[in-house]
Design a protein around this ligand. Structure first.
Ligand code: BGC
Length: 261
């Protein structure tokens, strides 16, 4: 029998008070890892995630930090590392789409904010966690990008740029750390049903439009991303580094080309 065993591992998941991050934290804990549940504003939600994990016999603790602030990220890693007795898994999940506006009609401060959370945040977190991984002699950093590291998206140039940047950061950091027992991998989720895109799946017409962009014809679930996070964090994925795994129901295989062309 193949087992996915993360017992003895210490994981930090950013943006884990809801959406994808919540499912990731719960799944990692189910696989045996101790989990630091990072949140920015949703303290009550983060505590509920911690309680859910503890209720199933797992170990978790919540930590707050603004990921766009380097000093706050360093304090986060220090506190989580001390509480968990080290850190060997980092999931850079926190992110925002930003508001839709074409370049020129947009507000440059919004562009900066998206870049700060979606690209600088993962960089700060990775940078601050590396000493812990070096100490442990092992580590896995999982960066959550998006199909929009590949697919342009009108009105979301900050988001697509940040995600493409995070993809290249993944590859470069993987190259830098491969000889230190550290793997760095990206997951590109497609359209997953979470609060981030609720306005789209909450409306039947836009949901139909979105489903047509997915080969499998349906949105994914947070659990379908979380299971890949657990796999990549485990030794089952011991030879995977510096690449992006798409988990998108076939969004990247151009479903519109089933006809015509
Ligand atoms: C975005 C979602 C969007 C999906 C597919 C994701 O990266 O966060 O809002 O529905 O890509 O376009």
């Amino acid at each position: 029998m193949i087992t996915l065993d993360l017992s003895g591992r210490r994981a930090l998941v950013t943006g884990a008070s809801g959406g994808l991050g919540q499912a990731m934290a719960e799944t990692l804990a189910q696989a045996g890892a101790q989990v630091a549940v990072h949140y920015r504003k949703g303290q009550a939600q983060a505590e509920a995630v911690v309680q859910a994990i503890k209720g199933r016999g797992g170990k978790a603790q919540a930590f707050a930090a603004d990921l766009s602030d380097l000093a706050a990220v360093e304090a986060l890693m220090h506190d989580a590392g001390a509480a968990l007795g080290g850190l060997d898994i980092l999931v850079n999940n926190a992110g925002l789409d930003g508001s839709r506006a074409e370049v020129g009609d947009d507000d440059p401060r919004h562009w900066q904010q998206v870049l700060a959370v979606d690209l600088l945040g993962p960089y700060y977190c990775a940078r601050a966690v590396l000493p812990y991984m070096a100490k442990a002699g092992r580590g896995v950093i999982i960066n959550i990008t998006s199909v929009h590291e590949f697919i342009p998206w009108e009105g979301y140039s900050a988001y697509t740029s940040a995600k493409a940047g995070l993809s290249m950061f993944t590859k470069t950091l993987a190259q830098e750390t491969a000889d230190k027992g550290i793997r760095v991998v990206a997951i590109a989720p497609g359209a997953i049903q979470t609060p981030i895109n609720q306005a789209v799946w909450g409306d039947p017409r836009s949901l139909k439009d979105l489903d047509e962009k997915i080969s499998m014809g349906r949105l994914g679930t947070p659990a379908e991303i979380a299971s890949v996070v657990a796999f990549l964090a485990s030794d089952l994925a011991s030879y995977i580094t510096g690449t992006t795994i798409a988990v998108d129901g076939g969004m990247l295989i151009y479903p519109e080309f089933r006809h015509g062309g």
